[in-house]
Ligand binder design. Structure first.
Ligand code: 5GP
Length: 214
């Protein structure tokens, strides 16, 4: 017979992680996934579809599914994307099917997406947990973008501009993490997941008590 803790597991958490481009969302999530413990083992990263050109250090299927504009539009029209948005002339979207399969299998899934997409998820999946990641400072963010030498200065400048606009949406999120140290930010992400799982609204209390305590 299943123990109470296992019974409680149920559907995984849908987690949205937004934050300025270059803030280190991916690095923090990977760090959290490599930690010890049940929360880390249950964590998965969603891989988005994009029409953006692949950077030299990126891999198809690991970082993104790189697709043509036509294919992206086809997927959007066919309802294959949970949300999508245009960011600096390129389209980005979350494939719906893989995501729902993972949630069904009790995995927590993180979507690393920008704010327009995050607001769509809030609408269509109100149970989602929305986290915004801030850099320690604007200076730190600019330095990180610079280190990513694959992009022209003009693109970096526009990314900072978008970030200044995005930050106005922070009050629409549930949590804020400041990425001043990857290890701490990763730990905070796992702490949020653990706390969210313990919410009375999420735990299937009826199911827990239904067996008369046996
Ligand atoms: P980048 O070009 O730096 O990889 O991503 C640009 C922005 O698009 C980042 O803020 C990133 O989080 C966001 N993004 C990546 N995938 C998706 C997605 O599937 N949907 C949305 N709405 N934004 C995404």
């Amino acid at each position: 017979m299943k123990g109470l803790a296992e019974k409680k597991l149920g559907r995984g958490l849908l987690v949205v992680l937004s934050g300025p481009s270059g803030v280190g969302k991916g690095t923090v999530v990977k760090h959290a996934m490599s930690a010890r413990g049940a929360e880390a083992r249950r964590l998965r990263r969603s891989v988005s579809v994009t029409t953006r050109a692949r950077r030299t250090d990126e891999r198809e299927g690991r970082d993104y599914f790189f697709r043509s504009r036509e294919e992206f539009t086809r997927m959007a029209v066919a309802g294959e994307l949970l949300e999508w948005a245009t960011y600096l002339d390129n389209d980005y979207g979350t494939p719906r099917e893989w995501l729902d399969r993972q949630l069904e299998a009790s995995y927590d899934v993180v979507l690393e997406i920008e704010v327009q997409g995050a607001m769509q998820v809030r609408e269509c999946r109100p149970e989602a947990v929305l986290i915004y990641m801030l850099p320690a400072s604007w200076r730190a963010l600019k330095q990180r973008l610079k280190r990513r030498r694959s992009e022209a200065e003009e693109v970096q400048r526009r990314r900072i501009e978008v970030a200044r606009e995005e930050i106005k949406f922070v009050p629409n999120y549930d949590y804020v993490i400041v990425n001043d140290r990857v290890s701490r930010a990763g730990r905070q992400l796992l702490t949020i997941l653990e706390a969210e799982r313990l919410r009375v609204g999420r735990a299937d209390v009826g199911c827990l008590l239904g067996d008369g305590g046996e």
